[in-house]
Ligand binder design. Sequence first.
Ligand SMILES: [Fe+2]
Length: 313
Amino acid sequence: MSDPTFLNDVPLEKAAAQIRAAGARENRLAVEAFFDEPTNTASYVIHDPATRQAAIVDSVLDFDAASGRTSTASADAIIAYVKAHGLTVDWLLESHAHADHLSAAPYIQRELGGKLAIGREIITVQNVFGKIFNFGTEFARDGSEFDRLFEDGDTFSVGSIPAMVLHVPGHTPADMAYVIGDVVFTGDTLFMPDFGTARADFPGGDARQLFHSIRRLLALPDETRLFLCHDYKAPGRDTYAWETTVGAERAENIHVRDGVDEAAFVEMRTTRDATLAMPKLILPSVQVNMRAGNLPEPEENGRRYLKLPLDTL
Ligand SMILES: [Fe+2]
């Protein structure tokens, strides 16, 4: 059962209506996934076939932690796809400040344009991790590195296709889900039904909030197409997958299918999170991604440096 308080939620009702209307249209949102195996991340290029206006969701800047070397092979594949299909990029959408990969949004923006957007609660993430990284006053912590800070229920469009933003905190305080046409980009909330849900133990994370955010997404129509941010395969499944539906998640999600209540979810999530190691790239990723994916300014020798706080996480 969905939490009844969310059924009266105005943004959610509007999102559900949008999904029903878009599902009946001939000209549906086109979705192309780009899966990055080193970080298990699915990035997306989406576009309106009628206008060829596009958005890019959660792009990846390749990063080898051992050598400290960045590269743009993954981003260049996205850029090549956009150019080959004659698309105009209106939006670079981040679902949250990722802890497992660096964002390529600034690099892609330089090549293709578009407005870089994230949830307004990124300011909370900037405050929490600004302290952890001991960034000085030159780090404004006001979200000003981004072009747009979305709030729950904000609307925008991809070409002629309407889009709405839902705030879905829990994994981090700033997670946003993007409802675009009849599709939802879930960010780090739900994973495939056989893998479950995102962890909620990073600074600012909250398992109870995550449960309510997920139940909010699962109150959308069953036929809603869900595109996920990550996949790790699953016991008995040896191929990557990143697309499912609200109906499939409600019926089968191993952590949060219909019938699992908040207390059981929080107990499961908290117990499981206590066994998980920190993501390999959390420290490089967060200090870059909370600044909209911009790398630190070079020092006087022309090199850029990342910080590594010891004994903190
Ligand atoms: Fe994440």
